[in-house]
Design a protein around this ligand. Sequence first.
Ligand code: ADP
Ligand code: MG
Length: 453
Amino acid sequence: MNATITELKNLWARVLTKMKDIVNDDNIYTTFFADSTIYKIEGNRLTIAVNSNFAQSIIEKKYGTQLAMVVSEVTESNFIIDYITTDSIKEEDVPAVTETIKPKFFEYSQINPNYTFENFVVGPSNIEAKQAALMIATTPGKFYNPLFIYSNSGLGKTHLLHAIGNYIRKNNPHLNVLYITTDNFVDEYIKFIKGDRESDNLKEFFKTVDVLLVDDIQFLANKEKTQEMFFYAFQSLINASKQIVLTSDRQPSELKGLEDRLVTRFSSGLNTNITQPDTPTRIAILKKKIEGNGLEISRFDDDALEFFATNFGNNVRELEGALNRLIFYTINIKQSKHIDLALAKESVSSFIKVKDSKKKLDETRIINVVADYYNLTPSQLTGKIRTSEISMARHIAIYLCREILDIPFTKIGQTFGGKDHSTVMSAVKKVDKELKTNDQMKTVIKELKNRLK
Ligand code: ADP
Ligand code: MG
């Protein structure tokens, strides 16, 4: 997409219109700016021709910063501005236009080097998506086209998209990879129509792309004009066997506000879903992130990691947030080399309270709060280990489920690792009996009920 002379003229006319407003003085504008032109663009340098040395010095010193800003706004690129006076231009100096003005897409297209296949932890919830992504990365355009990855937020879609980009840029550097979020695509498209640039240019631009990675395609909903452009780009890339990968928060058939022809196209390759990771995967992710932070896994107790995995693991982003909080805490607040369960809990206690307060009161919440009170993990509470302290905490949790929620004994039994009706009943009776005689028990139950409010 070489900028033609006409395009340069149009571009400069737009710069001048804006400068006229900024200068806000007809005399100054006419004397110094009105007859300026773009002389040449070479690389990231843009040379403008002005009518005299004096004009150059005024523009440079007084308006240089604003001019640079306007130029960058209009061209959507950062140029260094050079000056030349009109009388020093010799006849034979034909203005040279060597640089292409690219759409800003390439500036957006920053692939995060930290999101790779190597540091993407695989488990049952994401193995299909990972395998499909890897397949695409090794042989783009050959198999599924498009690959469509969907999941709830924070489960690794963006990570996989960048992993594909990183892999291809490394192993197939001649391929032109474009990563873009749908929001940026929409913004850029709107600028194109507003800036009276030909949408043909955009079409030309897409011909140069070999691998198109578009994140969060659900945001194309109800943007009809942009959908049209996207459809064009999509179709021409697919026809040329160029790879397309899309992500979304739902599967194509659930996308609202999207043209049918797009939905059909989105479904025509492979659709793959990422679900919530199971606990072992969450723990493996934590370990990977700990390593990634350059920390020793041996500093972390297993139950501390398990606590994080059970409390924050529905969404990997949340899990990372909690881990970062812990790392911050152990560096800045409570310096500690060794991270045990108590420290892990302490580091996120304010989060958990906020989280809990939003939750409705159910068995899970009772289990979490009782576990927290006794510094145990929820799975210790519902498990089989019977030290006196764990048994006591378990009885109390069972008692509270019955007392507060009035859940049938058999259902409580299922929640607590498959206990039978009579075991549950006797746990409730034990606590009941203690409560009549034991003041300490009264205090504990009172405090727990308080926390459950
Ligand atoms: P999404 O795009 O689905 O909302 P992201 O790809 O942004 O989710 O993931 C959120 C965070 O969780 C990122 O920092 C990502 O690295 C991390 N993450 C998600 N899944 C995994 C995984 N399987 N292994 C390692 N990190 C993961
Ligand atoms: Mg994402």
